[in-house]
Design a protein around this ligand. Structure first.
Ligand code: G6Q
Length: 565
């Protein structure tokens, strides 16, 4: 083992990490060490050289699948890098882990359950057995019920308590029960039913539910309470507020039956809330929240775009699933995307990933990917409870182009941090307007070109730039980017795009050997909040026993409340 090679690595040394274990870590493995050595050889080479050395690079380093064209040529890799990364994937058992996930094995080890979102888009004649039961017929039965209900709402057959047609549909949910539907409804608004107002309530801040219902007629409003567990404080609190708002206008408990439906695994809690279980749409414990936008959690999406478009979205997911399942690793889009993310993060030191959709309808896509990526892979121990030996999930952020260009792109071009970027664009606009779409896409192509190639001092001087300004204007380039291009943003394309990122995240998790499907880190804050809420509610509570900062903040808060009451 070449110990010296490791000193060259941007090694992970978080003071927050648990103590390292004596079991050989990822960074000790030969396949990783081969990449360390390789990185030492090519680490400083510039994309300008890579492109100059191989005029076909841009045509070679791309892959097409499920209607998406993935150009990864503007990454700082050679054919050797890619071969070594694929080798690493083989050594980490990516193929086996992927197949185990598709088969419905308990790949979510810490929660002892399958992560079978791929079953949500399997065809009706497929068979995927979990605990002795083929889950595919159940999936399709729920899809049928959803389609039936969606059609009834869309056609006006499903009426409110007073006989009025439903004109407002409001989804109440948070995290995985919110971000997917919000993103998908926005992304597919071109396919949405006109005259149907969609709303989303997620935040525990009362302003969210108050503003989402302001001015609406309760007699025309349907709430979908989306909660896999039906125990989430934020969602249940908002659902109770929505219930009270409805009752205040409709004045009759029986109205709840026509104005509230639920999506959950928890029939008892749904019934206890007052929603007839006949109006509940099921999902299963093997659907993780952040992997659930194509389950019944997507009911609002189906109501918005109709069952046919929803099925087209599922077909897009499925097309990418099939590609991930069977394409050779070296030509496999999610695998390549995941491995390049490992390279950029762990070898080049890019701590963040900027997601840059050049499409207004994808404005919620970066937020959706934040949860998918960071909740899945923001982990500090391996699946076998050992400290990880490298940084894990990159920090994901982003905004639509061209808005981002006039905001944070300066840092991408000339800042001191290396940021990996994913550009996403389409050949057709859903709203053609003169040559405006060409202008938009010209900006996308220009930005990825500028990030890769930059501008040298010599080029600036040749252009006659004043010598005193040259240093300010130099753009070093050599910034790694991916570009995804599709024909247009259809339901099928959206499904393929989401599945691509799901599987890329999975690929990264397999390399780091972490459980990408649990989220224990969110529990601590939740528990502390419960304790503090009890203390705040109890005005004559015993002396506070938190740390001095939390105690002081709580006292100041209580004082403000007393002063203004
Ligand atoms: C996602 C997480 C989390 C979850 C929410 C809502 O993977 O599990 O974001 O979706 O906490 O949970 P419920 O749907 O159970 O209300």
């Amino acid at each position: 083992m070449k110990r010296t090679a490791q000193s060259k690595l941007p090694r992970f040394s978080s003071p927050l990490a648990p103590p390292p274990s004596s079991t050989p870590a990822l960074v000790e493995r030969p396949a990783w060490q081969a990449l360390v050595d390789h990185h030492r050889n090519i680490g400083t080479r510039h994309l300008r050289e890579f492109f100059a050395d191989d005029p076909q690079r841009g045509e070679r380093l791309q892959v097409d699948a499920a209607g998406l064209y993935f150009d990864y040529s503007k990454n700082r890799v050679t054919d050797d890098t890619l071969a070594l990364l694929v080798d690493l994937a083989e050594h980490c058992g990516l193929r086996e882990r992927r197949d185990a996930m598709f088969r419905g094995e308990s790949v979510n080890a810490t929660e002892k359950r399958a992560a079978l979102h791929t079953a949500l888009r399997a065809p009706a004649d497929a068979s995927i057995v979990v605990d002795g039961v083929n889950v595919v017929p159940e999936v399709h039965a729920v899809l049928e019920r959803m389609a039936n209900f969606a059609e009834r709402v869309r056609s006006g057959e499903w009426r409110g308590h007073t006989g009025k047609v439903i004109r407002n549909v409001i989804n109440i949910g948070i995290g995985g029960s919110d971000l997917g539907p919000v993103m998908a409804c926005e992304a597919l608004r071109h396919y949405g039913k006109s005259g149907l107002h969609l709303g989303f309530v997620s935040n525990l801040d009362p302003t969210d539910v108050v503003e989402a219902t302001r001015g609406l007629d309760a007699a025309e409003t349907l709430f979908i309470v989306c909660s896999k567990s039906f125990r989430t404080l934020d969602t249940l609190t908002n659902a109770h507020a929505a219930r009270a708002w409805s009752l205040a206008q409709l004045g009759d408990e029986r109205a709840i039956a026509s104005h509230f439906v639920a999506v959950s695994t928890n029939t008892e809690a749904v019934a206890a809330f007052g929603i007839d279980p006949a109006h509940m749409f099921a999902l299963w414990d093997w659907v993780g929240g952040r992997y659930s936008m194509d389950s019944a959690i997507g009911l609002i999406t189906m109501i918005a775009v109709g069952p046919e478009h929803f099925r087209a979205m599922l077909a897009g997911f499925r097309a990418m699933d099939m590609h991930f399942h069977s394409a050779p690793l070296a030509r496999n889009m999610p695998v390549l995307m995941g491995l390049l993310a490992i390279w950029n993060n762990n070898f080049l030191g890019a701590q963040t990933l900027a997601v840059l959709p050049y499409n207004q309808d994808l404005k919620r896509f970066p937020a959706y990917l934040q949860q998918l990526t960071m909740e899945s892979n923001g982990k500090h121990v391996t699946a076998s409870s050992q400290a990880v030996s490298t940084p894990t999930s990159p920090i994901v952020w982003g905004d639509t182009g061209t808005n981002g260009q006039h905001s944070f792109f300066q840092l991408l071009h000339q800042g001191t941090r290396l940021v990996a970027c994913d550009f996403i664009g389409f050949s057709h606009s859903q709203n053609p307007l003169g040559d405006q779409h060409d202008l938009l896409m010209a900006n996308l192509f220009a930005q990825s070109e500028a990030l890769a190639f930059g501008k040298t001092a010599q080029a600036l001087m040749a252009e006659g730039v004043d010598e005193t300004q040259v240093a300010q204007r130099v753009c070093r380039g050599n910034r790694p980017t991916n570009t995804l291009l599709a024909d247009r943003l259809t339901p099928h394309t959206l499904g393929a795009l989401v599945a691509l990122y799901e599987h890329s995240v999975f690929t990264q998790g397999v390399i780091w050997n972490i459980d990408s499907f649990d989220q224990w880190g969110v529990e601590l804050g939740k528990r502390l909040a419960q304790r503090i809420a009890t203390e705040l509610a109890d005005t004559g509570h015993a002396p506070l026993t938190h740390d001095s900062s939390t105690n002081a903040l709580m006292r100041r808060y209580e004082q403000h409340r007393k002063e203004s009451s």
